[in-house]
Ligand binder design. Structure first.
Ligand SMILES: [Zn+2]
Length: 152
């Protein structure tokens, strides 16, 4: 979560650890395991955030993403969700637009679940984000060089 807020300073941490049952249910929430994040953002940022996390889903070992308000995919009022167990590659792999209440009512935030092998390994988390920042920095410097050569 620290890394997410560093990369997206306008996003809000809506909670990570909470030993609570799912809203209106008996089952323990994944938040009780400490591997679920709720991140709040306005619509454009939420769209970017969900897109970025979805793109990097293999790196972060993402198991689920909830898009409650159709920030990323147009929905029919019940939101949309990504689940790694229905991700078989291809466009929008793993996503499903729900036609009935499935992920509960949400708002302008996203709920993300990471595999324990990722979330329980702080070193791996740091390594992954460091690699992403290096890749972004490298892209930026390559672009600059290209622009320069283009001008000369
Ligand atoms: Zn949540």
């Amino acid at each position: 979560m620290d890394w997410i807020l560093f990369l997206y300073p306008e996003a809000r941490n809506l909670g990570i650890y909470a030993n609570r049952p799912v809203r209106g249910g008996q089952a323990r929430s994944v938040h009780a395991t400490g591997r679920a994040l709720d991140i709040g953002a306005d619509l454009p940022l939420l769209k970017k955030l969900i897109g970025d996390i979805y793109t990097a889903r293999d790196l972060f070992q993402v198991e689920e993403i909830h898009d409650y308000i159709g920030a990323w995919i147009p929905t029919e009022g019940y939101g949309a969700g990504y689940r790694c167990d229905r991700d078989r590659g291809g466009l929008l792999a793993g996503w499903k637009v729900y036609d009935r209440p499935t992920i509960g009512r949400g708002g302008s935030w996203t709920h993300i679940e990471l595999a324990p092998t990722f979330s329980d390994d702080p070193e791996l988390v740091d390594q992954t984000f460091t690699a992403i920042l290096e890749a972004v920095a490298h892209q930026a410097s390559t672009k600059k060089k290209k622009t320069k050569t283009g001008q000369s």
